[in-house]
Each structure stands twice: as C-alpha cells, then as structure tokens.
Design a protein around this ligand. Structure first.
Ligand code: GLN
Length: 489
C-alpha cells in the first residue's frame, strides 16, 4: 500500500478497495518501523490520524466524499497545528503547542485529509541539509550517510521513503526544490502569494511560500488544489482565480518554448549531471517543445542579495521569541536583560544566531542603505531579468542543484559552501516566481548508491498549472519518478 500515490489512494478509497483507517494504520506502522532510521517525523499523531480516518470513512459511507476524503499526508513542523507541538525544529519552540491551525492545515482538514504528524526540518527553515534540527538530522533514504537536503528535509525523506504519499513544505530560497531533488521526488514552490502564510511560522516574510512534496506532478496538482486559497488573514495572499490544477495535466506541450539560461549551465557542474538534465530537456523537445538559450544576467547577485534580505527579515521575525511571549525561558532570570539573553542564547541554534546577527547588523541605522536597501534594489534587477525572459519563453529549465545529495557533516563547518547549494533556486524566491523540481535522472556516487538528479522548471507568475502540466507529461514519458531507494522499492 505504501507505494500508492495520492491519486491512486483517492481512487482506491472511492472504489472501496480499502478504508482510510486501513491505509492510515498501515502507514503508521511503516513509520514506526522505518522512521527510527530516517528521523523524518518530529511528532507522529497516530491517535488523531486514526480518528480523522474513521470520520472520513463515515463521511464516505454517508455519500459525502470528495477527492481528499481519507487520504493520508503530513505537515512540515513549521505549520501551526491546533493542540499539537509546532516546534519549527527549534529548542526555542520545543514547548509550543499551537492554539490554532494554519490556513494550509485547516484547508487540508476541511478537505477531509488525514494528517499523520509533523515533519522534521532545519531549525526555523534555515539550512540546506536538515542538519540544524534540534531533533537531530534527517537521513536521505537513498543513502543514509547523506543529507536529504533542507530545510524541508523531513517532508522530502518521508515522501521518498514512502512513509506518506504527500507532505506540505515551505521554500524561502530553495527548501522545497533542493530536498525534492536530493530525495528523487517532485517538489512545487508556488508563486509568492498563492498559498496563505497565516500560521506558517515566519522566517523571511517576503520570500517564504508554502508548497508541496509528492512523488508525482499529478499529486502535486491535487495538493495545490487544497493548499491554494485566498486568505484575508495574510495580507500578501493574492486574490486571483484558482484553477483546478488537475484539469490541464494532459494538455499538449507542443509548440511551447523552453528557455535555458546560460548562467545556470555552468562549467563547474558535473558533466554527468549536466547530461541528465540535457537528456530530460530533449524529452520535452520530443514532445514538441522548442528550446532557446536565454540570459539572466544578474544571476550571480542572487545569493548575496538573499543573504542580506533573508537574515534581515528573520532578525525581525524572530524577535518575538523572547521567553516571554513565545518560546523557551531560561531558569531563574536575574532581570529582564538576563532573561532575554539567556533564553535566546539557550533556545536558538548556531545557524539561527548567525542569521539574526547578520540581519540585525544589516538593518542597523548606519548600514541600512548600504545593505538592506541595496539588496532590495538588486532584487528588482533579478526580477526584471525574469520578466524580460518570459517575454520570449513559456518556461525556464535548469538543474535544481549543482550536485547530488552530499554527505552529512560535509558542509556543516562551512556556511558559505552550504549557502551555495541554493545557487539555482534562490533567484525565484527573490522574484516571487513559481518553481518545481522533478526527478530526471540518477548519477552513481561513492559507495555505489545511485543518487537522484532534479530538473528545475521555472514558471511565470501564477503559471503553476503549466509547470504541473509539463511535469506530468514528462512523468508519462519517463519513469524517474517511480524509482525508489534500493531497499524500499
Ligand atoms: N537554504 C536556504 C537558507 O538556508 C533556503 C532555506 C529555505 O528555503 N527555507 O536560507
């Protein structure tokens, strides 16, 4: 049962092949057996999941089922869940039981989905390897010595290990697409404003966006149908028509123009990976798409601009974690300064502290113009590159990451090497564009394990349906998305 996709489970439940309680129980058992190894869950809500499954089965018996009734999934531990620990993988929030559901969570609850629990991540979504979690690192199911990517590493590993057919995730600079690529699954980051951020713990508010982790583009379309909603509680949520994302999956892609940015096909990329990506693009050409080289000349400015904007916004967002209003409180504070210093000193991990310090510095009176303001101006240049490119092409394609999954510990002592992981993903967040990673090949790695390679599809604003259509067409023609880590097939 664990190999079923969301679409298959929905069909099976409708056909009465098994009940929601049965599939929920079988996945809970699998999580119990396997997740000791992967550590993809922070909290498993077994009792609640079974109650939701039972209610879903009753609803179906009463003739009130929809596509999602009784379908299991799980949430990244950055989304607030009423009555359930919402830790953001930080010691700071290791005592925080959210008093309400995030809009994304309530959308899934209302659709009748069954949540199996809360997934591990990098602390406050800062990272590219899922090694900064207070609850320990997550292992990549393709090779447990390697990282699953981050920050949504728990979401990616759980889906790749077939513990859940789909999971929510968030992407501020690459945190959906990079772990999806490392774990051989499909990850979609929608346009900024497409999915409500209400109840999604803020890292960098102008960049954060919730999205999906699934095995197929079809499942991703099913998830986005539930996730996307206009939410007056999030003032950056855009009130724009929400199509049925599953309706256009089978559209022909004949005549579409794919842009290949020359800045994204760099000489330092491994030849083997480049080849896999080029082969995947050739597959789209076979289906009738045309290819055109384009240039995104400000690409090299994306990482520097991001590492001013994101820390600046996080230093502001995380100021509420002071041991009074939120979060861990130190023992026996002597006075208010001691309380702040020790609570924050004890509650935050190293990477989060590094970002808060960089951000506070960049925002300080004497440096604001030199750093934050300038980074925002550079951001506009990056956005303009894409606006120009989309006058000529319908979609842009590139590798998702410069290399496949790396070994745990390999980059932990070198923050800049870690930051460079997002070289192909980060510009989209600065521009607010949608992006998707789909598995498009494998490369052999040390130790003999094959490692997945991701193809990134970049769309124009609110063009998620096209990305999903392209992803689905690719997955009809190839079987990379069906490949599973050797001992899990
Ligand atoms: N790796 C990037 C960072 O560390 C992006 C993280 C994310 O998208 N949440 O900030």
């Amino acid at each position: 049962m664990h190999n079923k996709t969301i679409a298959q489970i929905a069909r099976d439940l409708a056909a009465g092949e098994y009940s929601s309680v049965e599939i929920t129980q079988s996945l809970l058992t699998r999580i119990e057996q396997l997740d000791k190894t992967y550590n993809s869950f922070i909290t498993v809500t077994a009792e609640q999941a079974l109650a939701q499954a039972k209610a879903a089965d009753e609803q179906r018996a009463a003739g009130n089922a929809n596509a999602w009734t009784g379908v299991p999934m799980a949430h990244k531990d950055i989304f607030c869940t009423n009555g359930v620990l919402t830790s953001c993988a930080s010691k700071m929030l290791s005592n925080f039981v959210a008093p309400y559901d995030a809009t994304v969570v309530s959308n899934f609850n209302q659709a009748g989905a069954v949540s199996l629990g809360k997934l591990n991540m990098d602390e406050f979504a800062m990272g590219s390897s899922n090694e900064s979690s207070y609850y320990g690192g997550v292992k990549n199911p393709w090779d447990i010595e390697r990282v699953p990517g981050g920050s949504s590493g728990g979401s990616a590993a759980a889906v790749a290990a077939r513990l859940v057919p789909g999971a929510t995730a968030t992407d501020t600079g690459g945190s959906i697409r990079q772990p999806a690529a490392f774990c051989g699954i499909t990850g979609l980051k929608p346009t900024y404003g497409r999915v409500s951020r209400w109840g999604m713990i803020a890292f960098a508010s102008s960049l954060d966006q919730g999205g999906t982790m699934t095995r197929t583009a079809e499942d991703s379309a099913m998830m986005l149908n539930v996730m996307a909603s206009f939410d007056p509680k999030d003032s950056t949520c855009v009130d724009q028509d929400i199509p049925d994302y599953t309706a256009t999956l089978n559209n022909s892609i004949e005549g579409l123009t794919i842009g290949l940015p020359k800045e994204y096909f760099r000489d330092d990329l491994s030849a083997e990976m480049q080849q896999q990506v080029r082969d995947a693009i050739a597959e789209f050409e076979k289906m009738g798409a045309k290819v055109k080289e384009i240039s995104l000349p400000n690409t090299h400015l994306a990482i520097p601009a991001y590492y001013v904007v994101a820390p600046a916004e996080c230093s502001a967002n995380l100021s509420r974690m002071d041991g009074v209003r939120f979060g861990h409180r130190c023992e026996n504070p002597q006075d208010i300064n001691d309380l702040y210093k020790r609570s924050r000193g004890e509650g935050f991990g190293e990477e989060v502290k590094r970002r808060i310090m960089v951000g506070a510095y960049a925002l300080s009176a004497g440096f604001y113009d030199a750093y934050y303001k300038q980074a925002q101006q550079v951001r506009r240049l990056i956005k303009n590159d894409f606006v120009e490119a989309f006058k000529e092409v319908d979609v842009i394609m590139s590798p998702t990451t410069p290399s496949p999954a790396f070994k745990a510990g390999e980059k932990t002592s070198d923050p800049v090497a870690m930051y460079l992981e997002d070289i192909f993903t980060i510009a989209l967040n600065l521009a607010g564009l949608p992006g998707m990673s789909i598995p498009c090949g494998q490369v052999a790695a040390e130790g003999g394990n094959p490692l997945p390679v991701g193809l990134q599809l970049i769309g124009n604003y609110f063009d998620e349906a096209r990305l999903l259509n392209l992803g689905h067409q690719f997955q009809q023609a190839t079987d990379w998305h069906q490949q599973a880590p050797a001992d899990l097939a």
